[in-house]
Design a protein around this ligand. Structure first.
Ligand code: NAG
Ligand code: NAG
Ligand code: NAG
Ligand code: NAG
Ligand code: NAG
Ligand code: NAG
Length: 864
């Protein structure tokens, strides 16, 4: 072409080479794998884009990067066939198109390729449908082609795409059966195992895979045949599209006889043109029911809108143009917000969005008559990349920023089954459970009494519950489960500083459990303050005061134990340091329980230690391993933009290094970029925890006025109070409390500045109220030795805190009591012994109090 220097062709060439240059110079982000069709834990297809791999010579894989998902795409231009997806197959005369660039947006992955004279965009669109749970729960993705001739000429164009039975089993010997159907607008194939199994070590073996296309297409040919036969026929010379199946019947096995894999294909003949205007296919993987929770089968939400899968597919195909417009609009909004932070940050958000949303399946329960209970929406998250755990609290916590930004109600429907199970008689622990069990898709609940994760999980739950209420305005979980939440908060007040047993759920690939972590205690203390916020929503002023005091006094002790010489320790009593990622919860909920000086100290600690090739290790004792999710939490919590960008940059270097491995894994080594151990899954590959990429954006999510549905008065009042009152004094105490609450409520009303008088069941919150903690900036780091123990001290004695929490005790005005002389105000960090004796003292006091008042009360724990 370069020899034909006619003015016109040169002009066209320049035009198109500019276009190509544009597409090429745009790629600055080089992940080691990109999402293709990622909608659920079991419909999770990726393309390996590691260096040395031509993406157009590579079969797509399941998220584990191990299992091939057969998916081939071809374009025939003037009789020459080019591949735009898949690997070369011997005997098929195709040429890989030339890969030019890969672009990743929150909903799309776009491969730009040159197929002979045609420049193509191959776009893989996995919709994200905020607030539309029928669409969000439908496990289908689109792939579509747009293109133009770069020589300005007309060309004869045919297109082809197929999938194989590898989508429904990991074993190539597994028997499969298939069928093809036509609806009013759609043609689709379906394939499933002849021996469906509840096996989830790899792809789901109980799924049905679908390949669909609009029937309103020119020269459409849809059929099932062996991949060898169909692809060979398509790639044969000539511009016709004559395909014939070599298979009879509708049963075979995945790899077919003699390696002739049955495939499910749609091909079409576009005729002669210089423009390939959008042609779309759809791929889906359906499991129905999704799971069984507490013995009740649950189906995906979309089934409430469609009576058959054909209807649902038809709606999905018909909706394509609108779905694409919605996806592009969502991408533009997210990217505009994210680029304002930094281009690196926008890349991370783009790569993490689909896997975060694909972690969640939104379901409805089936009533005995087969209909749906529309008021029983629950969502479930399989621990993709790690295990078969369901609704792991630390993963929901990590993904919270994405839900807050994209669709905050999802947090609530993920929490609902955890709360429901743990308020049932099946669960007896005083702390929160780690998950709903470890055997997806059977979800019985987890009665496990593994107390060493009590602070981790109780902390996660309380923070999540308040975050959900404030980002949605929905107080229904709080009113329904208030006593359960209080139980966890009370557990935290007693255990949060326990230095020896409590363990974090941070998986850094270390085999030993890691105790004494300051960052874990920090989470617990923030969660106690979150409980004060929850109590405020309930209008339970004594509880607000009780938990605020606990949080503040524990915070002070924590500061003493953690901060030395302007730096923060990772474990009590040694010189380790690490990413204090739980600071984000304080910021996200605007609790202000952590002194500003602690944020600064964390920033100083990091700047005193150089970043490695791929960022900061989670802690100085984590064998150079880190977590991208917790790093982004830390970035969002950073008090200055330099530290924030430094942390983002480390994760970006890893996410953009195609010399590393994995499908955007959470866990990696900051020196090598590889996963610990063998570097293969499970290492957090494809984990929804990457919703943490939204951490910085979530800080700007507006708080809403929380509306607490008014329950029957008798239930709520006695419910809240009855827990603490037994015996003959019950009635008297009850009366006393009602009077006190009424008086306090009336006083509160009077002092309220005219508007938004706090009422028991409708509260405007998020800081700024009379219950807001004192200005944190007045607290100083590490408690200067000179600080007087007199009035004005930010310290609140734990005794006073406990007193105010005893039912029947008339809480004092929310002014700060003088600091207890029994607590040292020196900056010398106190050891665990001191902590232990302090807790012991508190315990005795509470026991005495209970004895004299005849009121049962949970006392602080015994330290051994
Ligand atoms: C890998 O990344 C480098 C830049 O670091 C880039 O030039 C190369 O094209 C990438 N390879 C693939 C397959 O994306
Ligand atoms: C396709 O590939 C074959 C062999 O790899 C090569 O001989 C042929 O020239 C290629 N055709 C085109 C149009 O690129
Ligand atoms: C292909 O994608 C690029 C980058 O998103 C876009 O600028 C271009 O217009 C697209 N081309 C076609 C033919 O759709
Ligand atoms: C529907 O679900 C709600 C919420 O879980 C429950 O209270 C109600 O009893 C259910 N209805 C039926 C008919 O089971
Ligand atoms: C926690 O610290 C205490 C006191 O320093 C020590 O005895 C204990 O072994 C530590 N526990 C863990 C799990 O590291
Ligand atoms: C949201 O929080 C801010 C302060 O953090 C407060 O000024 C505002 O009134 C709150 N809005 C609502 C609707 O609660």
């Amino acid at each position: 072409m370069l020899y034909e220097h006619t003015l016109i062709s040169l002009g066209i060439l320049l035009f198109w080479s500019n276009w190509i240059t544009l597409a090429l110079t745009q790629q600055t982000f080089f992940p080691s794998a990109v999402p293709l069709a990622v909608r659920t834990p079991t419909f999770n297809c990726w393309l390996d884009t590691r260096n040395g791999t031509n993406p157009i010579d590579t079969w797509p894989t399941f998220w584990n990067d191990q299992h091939i998902l057969g998916w081939a795409g071809y374009i025939k231009v003037d009789g020459t066939t080019y591949r735009w997806l898949g690997s070369p197959v011997s005997g098929i005369h195709d040429n890989a198109s030339v890969w030019l660039a890969t672009e990743v947006t929150p909903t799309r992955t776009i491969l730009t390729v040159q197929a002979g004279p045609m420049l193509l965009n191959v776009t893989f669109l996995s919709p994200i449908e905020p607030s539309d749970w029928a669409r969000q729960s439908f496990p289908f993705s689109y792939v579509y082609l747009d293109g133009k001739a770069t020589d300005g000429q007309q060309h004869s164009i045919q297109l082809y795409s197929d999938i194989s039975g590898e989508w429904v089993t990991k074993d190539l010997e597994t028997g499969i059966q298939w069928s093809s159907s036509q609806t009013s607008n759609t043609v689709f194939h379906q394939v499933k195992s002849t021996t469906p199994k509840s096996s989830f070590e790899d792809v789901a073996e109980d799924a049905v895979a679908y390949h669909a296309i609009s029937s309103m297409q020119p020269g459409l040919v849809s059929l099932v045949g062996s991949g060898l036969a169909l692809r060979a026929q398509f790639s044969a010379a000539g511009t016709s599209l004559a395909l014939n199946s070599d298979l009879t019947g509708n049963i075979g096995n995945v790899k077919g006889t003699n390696g002739k894999f049955p495939v499910f294909a749609h091909a079409l003949n576009l005729g002669t043109t210089d423009t390939l205007s959008t042609v779309a296919w759809a791929v889906g993987v359906v499991r129905d029911p999704v799971l069984t929770f507490s013995g009740v089968q649950r189906r995906a939400y979309y089934w409430s809108q469609h009576s058959t899968i054909g209807d649902a597919i038809d709606a999905f195909i018909t909706d394509f143009q609108a779905a694409r417009a919605r996806a592009i609009a969502l991408d533009q909004k997210v990217l505009q917000d994210a680029v304002a932070i930094s281009p690196d940050y926008a890349d991370l958000v783009s790569l993490g969005t689909r896997q975060a949303m694909a972690g969640v399946e939104i379901t409805l329960s089936i009533l005995p008559d087969g209909s749906f209970n529309m008021s029983d929406v629950k969502a479930f998250m399989k621990d993709v990349g790690n295990s078969r755990r369901v609704n792991p609290t630390e993963t929901i916590y990590a993904a919270l920023p994405a839900f807050m930004y994209l669709d905050a109600n999802i947090t609530g429907v993920l929490l609902e089954p955890l709360l429901e199970y743990q308020s049932s008689s099946s669960y007896g622990n005083s702390y929160a459970a780690p998950d709903l069990g470890t055997t997806f898709p059977s979800v019985p609940g987890n009665p496990d009494n593994n107390a060493i994760y009590g602070v981790e999980n109780s902390g996660n739950m309380l923070i999540l519950v308040l975050a959900h209420a404030r980002s949605t305005g929905d107080g229904s979980l709080i009113v329904k489960y208030y006593n359960l939440l209080k139980r966890w908060a009370d557990y935290l007040t007693s255990n949060v500083l326990d230095p020896e047993q409590q363990t974090t759920a941070d998986d850094t690939g270390l085999t030993q459990t890691h105790g004494n972590v300051t960052n874990l205690a920090l989470k617990g203390i923030i969660a106690i303050q979150a409980m004060a916020g929850i109590s405020q929503i309930m209008g339970q002023t004594p509880d607000v005061q009780k938990y605020e005091r606990f949080a503040k006094s524990l915070m002070q002790t924590w500061v003493n134990l953690t901060a030395t010489s302007g730096q923060l320790r990772w474990t009590y009593g040694d010189s380790t340091f690490g990413l204090m990622y739980n600071l984000l919860a304080d910021k996200l909920l605007k609790l202000n329980v952590v002194p500003t000086s602690i944020y600064t100290a964390e920033s100083t600690t990091l700047s005193n230690n150089p970043a490695q090739a791929f960022g900061f290790a989670l802690s100085s004792d984590s064998n150079s391993n880190t977590r991208s999710d917790w790093t982004l939490f830390s970035a969002a919590a950073a008090p200055d933009i330099e530290t924030r960008n430094l942390l983002i940059s480390g994760v970006h270097k890893h996410a953009s290094s195609n010399l590393t491995n994995g499908t955007f894994p959470t866990l990696y080594n900051v020196l090598t970029g590889l996963g610990p151990g063998a570097g293969v899954s499970p290492n957090g590959f494809g984990s929804p925890a990457q919703g943490a990429m939204f951490s910085v954006l979530a800080l700007n999510v507006a708080n809403k006025t929380v509306v607490v549905p008014s329950p029957p008065a008798s239930r709520s009042k006695t419910g809240v109070i009855a827990g603490g009152v037994v015996g003959g004094v019950a009635l008297l105490l009850l009366l006393g409390i009602v009077v006190v609450i009424f008086l306090r409520w009336r006083r509160h009303r009077q002092v309220a500045d005219g508007l938004a008088a706090p009422r028991p069941y409708m509260t405007t919150v998020f800081g700024g109220s009379s219950m807001a903690p004192t200005n944190p900036s007045s607290n100083s780091l590490a408690v200067p030795p000179s600080r007087p123990a007199g009035a004005g001290s930010p310290f609140i004695s734990p005794k006073a805190a406990l007193m105010s929490g005893v039912p029947g005790h008339v809480a004092p005005e929310p002014t700060l009591p003088p600091a207890s002389s029994q607590l040292p105000s020196s900056s010398v960090p106190r050891g665990t012994e001191e902590l232990r004796s302090e807790m012991e003292r508190l315990r005795h006091e509470v026991e005495q109090l209970c004895a004299t008042q005849g009121v049962p009360q949970e006392a602080p724990p015994v330290y051994h």
